[in-house]
Design a protein around this ligand. Structure first.
Ligand code: PMP
Length: 360
């Protein structure tokens, strides 16, 4: 059976080795006579799996001991509410940087709980760049500063970490976590939905400095309280067991390949290949400022939008799938997360070149 190259933004491609291992272990995990899906989350086997998943993630990211790792549900979207509910800690204002669709959602949800100061925005250029920190206007007494290091739809990535002094920095890393080494100690809280660079949908990972939790807004539901999840090792209720198990296989895969430094190299090579071609072509155009281009999500347009449908049809028939851009932007988007091999990006560039020659 031929597998395609999947350029979908999420749920996204998983490493083939991970899928093969999951297949092999599906009916009988390590001789226990059942699949991971069927295990009690409180049984010895699953508790062992969960502990290993956390240990491997801590190892990959070098997460300091004073940070809790939480395995939650409700997607990154729930974090747009959970972050203010937990991190306001008596304060009334938060700073949020607006670089596109996902930051805007974080803003809209936070406004239900507090005053939001939009500390910087790239709306003036259709969210095509990451505002440099000299353009940020932080407030006096913000509970935290929130930004979106990688805007999945606009394809805008911060290639630097903002400096916020003693004010905790919060990052929605849904679409670029694990794409390279990260200094976790620079952040108060990091969250990420799993379905791009971690594993299957249904799991959301939160990494939070432990002194920031335990002071929720009055009325916060139990399930929205980070401290409850931290105190119960993410087993307050039933966690998304199968997604956690697959995430664990992905972490092992990352470790086998050489960890995040190796991912960094691979992601640089893939991005250089694709952007290099886009910039050399007069037929395709990437709307994102060069210093803010995402290594994970690459949006581009064709010279003539009337050719979009033909491009998608032909690419699909070549085994290059899910290249259609987000409905808000139109055009195309190639998501090239960790599991996408360089060969997949090369196949895309080869196809694009041929298409340009035929239609340019
Ligand atoms: N933030 C970012 C940056 C995203 O890309 C997404 C999903 N595409 C979300 C938040 C929302 O994630 P979820 O669907 O897991 O709620």
């Amino acid at each position: 059976m031929e597998r395609i190259y999947n350029f979908g933004a999420g749920p996204a491609a998983l490493p083939e080795e991970v899928l093969e291992q999951a297949r092999d272990e599906m009916l009988n995990w390590q001789g226990c006579g059942m699949s991971v899906m069927e295990m009690s989350h409180r049984g010895k086997d699953f508790m062992g799996i969960a502990a290993q998943v956390e240990a491997d993630l801590r190892g990959l990211l070098g997460i300091p001991a004073n940070y809790k790792v939480l395995f939650l549900q409700g997607g990154a979207s729930s974090q747009f509410a959970m972050v203010p509910m937990n991190l306001l800690r008596g304060k009334k204002t938060v700073d949020i940087v607006n670089t596109g669709v996902w930051s805007q959602k974080a803003i809209d949800e936070a406004e239900r709980y507090c005053t939001v100061n939009v500390a910087a925005s790239s709306e003036d250029a259709r969210f095509s760049y990451a505002p440099t920190q000299d353009k940020w206007r932080l407030s006096q007494d913000a509970a935290y500063v929130h930004y979106t290091p990688n805007e999945t739809i606009g394809g805008v990535e911060f290639h630097w970490i903002p400096e916020t002094g003693s004010v905790p920095l919060v990052a929605d890393m849904s679409s670029n976590i694990l794409s390279g080494p990260l200094d976790v100690s620079r952040f108060g809280l990091i969250y990420a939905g799993a379905q791009k660079n971690i594993g299957p949908a249904g799991l959301c990972i939160v990494i939070v400095r432990e002194d920031l939790i335990g002071q929720t807004l009055p009325g916060t539901p139990t399930m929205f309280d980070y401290k409850i999840h931290a105190d119960h090792d993410s087993m307050y209720n039933t966690p998304p067991t199968f997604s956690l198990y697959i995430a664990g296989l992905v972490f092992k895969w990352l470790k086998r390949l050489g960890g995040l430094a190796e991912m960094d190299k691979r992601n640089n090579a893939k991005a250089a290949l694709l952007y290099g071609y886009l910039d050399s072509s007069g037929f395709y155009h990437c709307p994102v400022a060069k210093d803010s281009r995402s290594r994970m999500n690459v949006p581009f347009t064709l010279k003539d939008a009337a050719l979009d449908e033909e491009f998608l049809k032909q690419s699909q028939s070549r085994g290059l799938a899910q290249l259609k851009g987000h409905r808000l932007l139109g055009g195309m988007r190639a998501s090239i997360y960790n599991p996408m091999p360089l060969e997949g990006v090369q196949a895309l560039v080869d196809f694009m070149r041929e298409f340009e020659q035929k239609h340019g």
